[in-house]
Design a protein around this ligand. Structure first.
Ligand SMILES: [Zn+2]
Length: 80
């Protein structure tokens, strides 16, 4: 694969997913660099549920479609 030379060599990976909690459609942009990838957190902009992906830097999340569950609560990360 041929890449344009630049200070940030690496593959930009863009994928879409639906939030498992609220149903919002997310587009996630992650830069992947061999040997520099590690587990990165990102969260759903609508409900705050967090996800993880392998990337070299913090992923950027765009909202493609608003949540579909008709609620406006936040995902509860911690259960007591
Ligand atoms: Zn969500």
């Amino acid at each position: 694969m041929v890449q344009a030379p630049g200070p940030e060599s690496g593959d930009v990976s863009i994928f879409e997913q639906s939030c498992a909690y609220c149903g919002a459609r997310l587009r996630v942009l992650a830069v992947r660099v061999p040997d520099e990838n590690r587990t990165q957190d990102y969260s759903c902009p609508e409900c705050g549920k967090s996800y993880e992906t392998e990337a070299a830097a913090e992923p950027q999340v765009r909202l493609v479609k608003a949540r579909s569950d008709g609620k406006d609560d936040r995902y509860q990360e911690t259960l007591f």
